[in-house]
Design a binder for this molecule. Structure first.
Ligand code: ZN
Ligand code: ZN
Length: 358
């Protein structure tokens, strides 16, 4: 069986170890992709920390791009050499969510045997990808073709952080021209929610973050204003700036206090969109009477409600036209052997996105 190098998580909360593992050939409906880049997402860190459980040992990593290096039986849409995104979105195409335009919620995602093994024992393919590795074998539905001319490290970001933020603004919140939008958290996902709100024509885009540096970055990505989350009542400052509450509040962080306070930024009739992913079991409180009394709503956005075939072409086109920032999202480039340092840098909160380059 072909061997590749991958970063394995043997125990939650422990450093990953880069080792040689076995990757079987692609089966029916599967494609092997030789990766050029994989960025580190906070979801990877939540798994590494044990925040969401799951089988061990495992290979995480799910924000990747590369070129097709082999195709399984029956695969006609891709050929060796094709540049592609690798995402965790795996869908059947025919169940009710898939047929109604929400493949991220697929009820019957296809899946075969796990393609990874280690010393003859099963090795879990974390987040359907296992992309902290030189190569992956994934389902065809997880891929999206890329245009030539897009750098692979920038493209990798599209696979999770960019579509999660952009999609939350455009697909889930359905922001319209002239609206007031508050984005809580100006990290990798938040900056893309800001870009989405800008593209959708929001009149005011108010970034809220604990860090003044991140607020400055948010302005570069299209926020009109920044409010420090450390203020006693940041929602009062946000309403003073916009002259009213927000039509949409997008919460892009995992910290529970952000969810507790997000509704306070809303105007009557406003909508709150939960985009970040707190650890399982974490709870937030809200006043139900306010929903009916103010006509407000709360909803969630998984992977930006993205439809890869619909959304990746326009997103990559905007990038190639210079209308969407991707390169500026990358704050560090690392080798696979440096993965624990890259994760520590991401964990520190200072980074935008750290990318592994293979
Ligand atoms: Zn992610
Ligand atoms: Zn489905």
């Amino acid at each position: 069986m072909p061997q590749i190098r991958a970063a394995i998580c043997h125990a939650f909360g422990q450093p990953l170890t880069v080792e040689t593992v076995d990757l079987r050939a692609p089966g029916p409906g599967e494609v092997e992709v030789t990766l050029d880049a994989c960025a580190i997402c906070f979801s990877d860190i939540s798994y590494i920390d044990g925040g969401w459980g799951g089988a061990l040992p495992a290979v995480y990593g799910h924000e990747a791009a590369g070129r097709v290096s082999a195709t399984g039986p029956g695969v006609v849409a891709y050929a060796p050499g094709d540049p592609v995104l690798v995402t965790l979105i795996r869908n059947c195409g025919t169940c009710t969510p898939c047929a109604t335009g929400r493949p991220v919620l697929c009820a019957t995602p296809p899946g075969g045997d796990c393609p990874l093994s280690w010393n003859g024992a099963p090795l879990a393919q974390g987040l359907n990808c296992g992309a902290f590795a030189e190569r992956v074998v994934v389902q065809t539905s997880q891929l999206a073709p890329l245009p030539e001319g897009i750098p692979m490290d920038a493209a990798a970001l599209l696979s999770c952080g960019v579509i999660t933020g952009l999609g939350a603004a455009v697909n889930t919140a359905r922001i319209r021209p002239g609206e007031v939008v508050t984005v809580i958290g100006a990290g990798g996902v938040g900056l893309n929610a800001i870009q989405g709100a800008r593209l959708a024509g929001a009149a005011r885009i108010i970034a809220v973050d604990m860090s003044a540096d991140k607020l400055a970055t948010a302005i570069e990505f299209g926020a009109t204003d920044g409010v420090l989350a450390t203020l006693p009542k940041p929602w009062t400052e946000a309403k003073r700036i916009a002259g009213r509450g927000a039509d949409a509040v997008l919460v892009t962080v995992g910290a529970i206090p952000a969810y507790d306070t997000a509704p306070r930024f809303l105007a009557p009739g406003g909508r709150m969109v939960a985009v970040g992913m707190p650890h399982s079991g974490a709870t937030s409180t809200y006043e139900p009477v306010l929903l009916a009394a103010t006509g407000q709503s709360m909803t969630g956005s998984l992977m930006g409600d993205t439809v890869l075939a619909r959304d990746i072409p326009w997103i990559t086109d905007l990038y190639l036209q210079g209308r969407l920032k991707l390169d500026e999202l990358i704050s560090g480039r690392w080798s696979l052997d440096e993965i624990n340092d890259a994760i520590a840098d991401t964990r520190s909160g200072a980074a935008r996105r750290n990318a592994l380059i293979f």
